[in-house]
Ligand binder design. Structure first.
Ligand code: HAM
Length: 423
């Protein structure tokens, strides 16, 4: 047997402090914003039947054709670890009969894609997928954008991201464009890289967002999707832009933005950054009016997007926007005889000061060493329970910033801490 230690699966990370603490702050902020907009959290299984993603995301997409973690369970049923959140939410809407009225939901948690790992791209990553059902108008597309705007503004990183929007119209409009685009590209095969050649007959729309310079140049003279849009689609997009202008939300229209999942129509959105190297899209989504019906539900307009938590966190870290949570009070007991009192006081303090972090040292060492530890963890105060203090029903509160200290009974302690808290 090998004595080598077992490592985690490639592309799957352990998230440790301080990143894990920062993530919690980020998630709490997103929860608050989504709550303000009236979105409810729902919790869905990580495993779904493989057919769900094949039908929703599309067989020809990169996600379904080469990135899914798919396996047969013990009953020989093909299951897939969710590569994204939207398909599962739509399945749940239909299965639980929730499409009778307008719905605003979000799903949070890990997603799995077998991609080549690099900074900002993992095989297990986290999204908060925000979805709405029953609202067909451009107002709803704009609401989803406002949620992104609210988060990036609250994080203080709005200037690091660009809002890119586009419309891909309706499937029938796209079909006509498809045909003409393929015909044009077939005349220009020399300009296409291998990837684009492969996509020509599987997913030609994706060629539009090829990173290859020559392909991009060739596309300059290709048919333009916007010319194929009917009046209704054009008006939907124009309205989105009007609202964004009125709300002073900066955006860029990127006519080549098409997204890598098949279910979209009308508005598609991406929040991108140049600060993270190749993995520039931090949040993305769009309208998907046809998906509910395609998965067997009654026709229901829908739209959504997903925050990519790993990438948003990387971006926020470049700005130091998270506060380091340091202990407020570090509790020292001189010996076992004082420990019970220390525990009792600490418990009462946790009840009265619920947002304070109160840490017990929990080892009987010389007080000098306990103080060293309190300094090391950057505690604001040390609360000392020595023999004298405890016998007098008091404790000593030492401000580790300025070194001042006072010995107080419990009520005096609370008064002093509340006073400090209000400073
Ligand atoms: P997506 O563009 O595939 O869309 O992913 C959304 C976000 O998830 C990306 O912008 C990125 O931040 C993050 N992401 C994707 N793959 C990885 C990865 N391998 N590592 C780290 N982060 C990643 C969707 O998934 C759609 N379901 C979004 C949506 C919701 N559309 C409508 N509703």
């Amino acid at each position: 047997m090998s004595s080598q230690t077992i490592q985690s699966v490639r592309g799957m990370r352990d998230i440790l402090p301080p990143e894990s603490d920062q993530r919690q702050q980020l998630i709490a902020l997103i929860h608050r914003i989504l709550g303000q907009f009236g979105y409810h959290n729902i919790d869905l299984p990580l495993l779904e039947k493989t057919g769900l993603f094949q039908r929703a995301v599309g067989d020809e997409t990169d996600i379904v054709s080469k990135e899914m973690y798919t396996f047969l369970d013990r009953n020989e049923e093909s299951l897939t670890l969710r590569p994204e959140g939207t398909a599962g939410v739509v399945r749940a809407m239909i299965q639980n009969g929730l499409l009778q009225q307008t719905q605003r939901f979000y799903v949070e948690g890990p997603m799995f894609r077998y991609e080549r790992p690099q900074k900002g791209r993992y095989r297990q990553f986290s999204q908060i997928s925000v979805e709405s059902f029953g609202l067909a108008g451009p107002e709803q597309d704009v609401e989803l954008i406002q949620i992104g705007q609210a988060l990036f503004t609250a994080l203080g990183i709005r200037d690091l991201v660009t809002l890119e929007i586009n419309t891909i119209g309706l499937p029938a409009e796209r079909a006509a464009f498809h045909q003409d685009l393929v015909a044009y590209l077939e005349q220009h095969l020399d300009a296409l890289d291998e990837d684009s050649k492969r996509r020509l007959h599987t997913n030609p729309l994706r060629i539009l967002d090829s990173k290859d310079v020559e392909v991009q140049r060739c596309l300059d003279d290709a048919p333009q999707l916007h010319d194929y849009l009917g009046e209704e689609s054009a008006e939907h997009f124009a309205a989105v832009k009007r609202y964004l202008d009125a709300l002073h939300i900066d955006y860029v229209v990127n006519p080549r933005l098409v997204r890598g999942l098949d279910y979209y129509c009308h508005s598609v959105i991406e929040w991108t950054t140049t600060a993270l190297g190749a993995q520039g899209t931090v949040t993305a989504g769009g309208r998907y009016d046809g998906l509910v019906e395609q998965l067997g539900g009654k026709a229901t307009p829908a739209a959504g997007f997903a925050f990519g938590l790993d990438r948003i966190l990387l971006l926020a870290q470049t700005r130091n926007v998270f506060s380091e949570k340091r202990p407020d009070i570090y509790v020292l007991a001189a010996s076992e005889a004082q420990q019970t009192t220390a525990m009792q006081w600490a418990n009462r303090l946790r009840e009265e000061l619920p947002s304070w972090q109160i840490i017990m040292h929990n080892e009987f060492q010389a007080l000098k060493n306990q103080f060293k530890k309190a300094d090391k963890v950057h505690a604001r105060y040390a609360l000392v329970f020595g023999e004298q203090e405890v016998s007098a029903h008091t404790a000593t509160l030492k401000n580790l910033g300025d070194g001042t200290q006072q010995t107080l009974d419990y009520d005096g302690l609370i008064a002093a801490l509340n006073h400090e808290d209000n400073q």
